[in-house]
Design a protein around this ligand. Structure first.
Ligand SMILES: [Ca+2]
Ligand SMILES: [Ca+2]
Length: 329
């Protein structure tokens, strides 16, 4: 029997996603529609500044910096308020009810944490990467937990600039602790779920920052039907792609949709009843499942919408699961 993932979470309804073709106006770039949104993103990508230490006015929204040679590149995200959740129609209890959330300014990883960045962490800390990883090497839904699989042995080819996968939530937490140890005075952490969606939407309201229709011009994802990698058009990759090969969203972030799934801090709870509205994480003692966001190279496009939620045990390593970091400003 085909199964989208080993611990499973996805709803059948997401296999049917809309085919509407309108473009939502970005609050950031009024009157921008599909083609011009692309141009804006391309312009942002080509004009992005070189990584630098944060100082003075470099902390303005859009500023790019790096705190140490091995640290991820960060982008300053402005504060703001947005509607979190499936705002067009509440398609299931996972991403609703939609609600207003206020988010303070923060810095987010410009890219998913890469293989080379994660390798530096493992090299310096001796972090235990034994324990295996869930893989579906034949991509036919026959998942298996391979004891020899890990972030540097995923079963498919990865270069240093691909996102690190086979990384658990616990691994990601250890990574941000390592960053904090390397950069005294800074405060790295995982994004909260609200921060992640705010950053992914980048002041847009559509299912994806470029509009409501999935497009391989903007993201690396899998087959239209569950579950297998796929390459077509500008999406040249059957598995992970190098980070930053697709245009940045209006906040300057790459691959928020697709490529690697991204762990966030929050404990998973079905629906947003009782969830905080100040941008903080939902935390629960003994949390059984953590949230991850943004879909994957392996999954259908409906999983990579701005609002879609997935969950897994904090200890789970999976060949599509990675993360990005944030830093408190
Ligand atoms: Ca692909
Ligand atoms: Ca991603």
């Amino acid at each position: 029997m085909r199964n989208c993932s080993p611990s499973r979470f996805e709803d059948v309804w997401l296999r049917v996603y809309r085919k509407s073709h309108y473009c939502l106006v970005s609050a950031f770039f009024a009157n921008a529609c599909r083609s011009s949104v692309s141009l804006v993103a391309t312009a942002l990508l080509s004009s992005s500044v070189a990584a630098q230490e944060p100082a003075g006015n470099t902390m303005q929204p859009g500023a790019v910096f790096r705190d140490c040679a091995d640290c991820p590149e960060m982008v300053v995200i402005p504060s703001g308020e947005f509607t979190m959740g499936d705002i067009h129609a509440w398609r299931g209890a996972r991403a609703g009810p939609p609600r207003a959330v206020r988010v303070g300014a923060f810095a987010a990883g410009r890219f998913e944490v890469t293989v080379s960045e994660y390798a530096a962490f493992v090299r310096e800390t001796g972090h235990d990467d034994d324990g295996g990883c869930w893989v579906d090497v034949s991509e036919d839904g026959s998942w298996e937990h391979r004891t020899g699989a890990s972030w540097n042995n995923t079963g498919f080819g990865q270069a240093n600039d691909h996102p690190a996968v086979c990384v658990s939530w616990n691994d990601a937490k250890a990574y941000v602790q390592w960053l904090n140890d390397k950069t005294p005075g800074s405060s790295y952490r995982l994004l909260t779920e609200a921060e992640w969606e705010y950053a992914a939407r980048a002041q847009t309201k559509a299912d994806y920052w470029w509009g409501d229709t999935p497009s391989r011009n903007y993201a690396n994802y899998g087959m239209e039907t569950c579950c297998q990698g796929a390459a077509s058009g500008a999406d040249l990759w059957v598995s992970t792609s190098p980070v930053g090969r697709f245009p940045a969203n209006p906040f300057g972030l790459h691959d928020m949709h697709g490529n690697a799934y991204e762990w966030v801090e929050d404990c998973y709870r079905k629906g947003y009843g009782g969830a905080p509205s100040d941008g903080s994480a939902l935390t629960t003692a003994g949390c059984p499942q953590r949230v991850r966001r943004g879909g994957t190279w392996y999954a259908i496009p409906g999983y990579m919408t701005s609002f879609h939620r997935a969950s897994a045990k904090a200890s789970e390593r999976n060949f599509y699961g990675g993360f990005r970091v944030t830093r408190t400003l």
